[in-house]
Unconditional design. Structure first.
Length: 143
């Protein structure tokens, strides 16, 4: 296991008299098979811990701001409770993607009302059985 930062592909924003374009010309979407969005009901709710042993995800904020907490798992059947938690902030100012490699769990919290998170996945729904969930208070370690 490593404690390195996860890959982030930074996007950009262009604003002129015609409007605003957010873009990410560096992001390679060739592995993507599925796309969905997440909208938490309140900023107090944390969606997690959930993750995948073999699947990958890419997150980008479409609206608002999110805190994404990430843990690299040592054992999916019985993970250590003191694993390091890394935290990332995504906002809608640019189309920046956070890559969540296989072997990680996430906890997702909207930091602004009406926030919407774009999620890209590298497997189709039902293609593999690879979902792991743990209670939000299972992990004790902080960043």
């Amino acid at each position: 296991m490593t404690s390195n930062q996860l890959p982030i592909t930074v996007g950009n924003r262009h604003n002129d008299e015609r409007g605003i374009i957010t873009f990410n010309n560096e992001f390679d979407a060739s592995e993507i098979k599925r796309i969905y969005t997440i909208e938490n009901h309140t900023v107090d709710f944390i969606r997690g811990w959930q993750g995948h042993k073999i699947e990958q995800r890419w997150f980008a904020s479409m609206n608002g701001k999110f805190k994404i907490s990430v843990i690299e798992v040592d054992n999916f059947e019985n993970p250590s409770q003191d694993l390091t938690i890394q935290q990332y902030i995504l906002d809608d100012e640019s189309l920046t993607y956070l890559h969540i490699p296989a072997g990680h769990l996430t906890a997702i919290q909207a930091l602004q009302e009406e926030s919407k998170l774009l999620v890209l996945a590298d497997f189709c729904l039902g293609e593999v059985q690879d979902e792991y969930r743990f209670p939000i208070d299972y992990f004790k370690n902080k960043k």
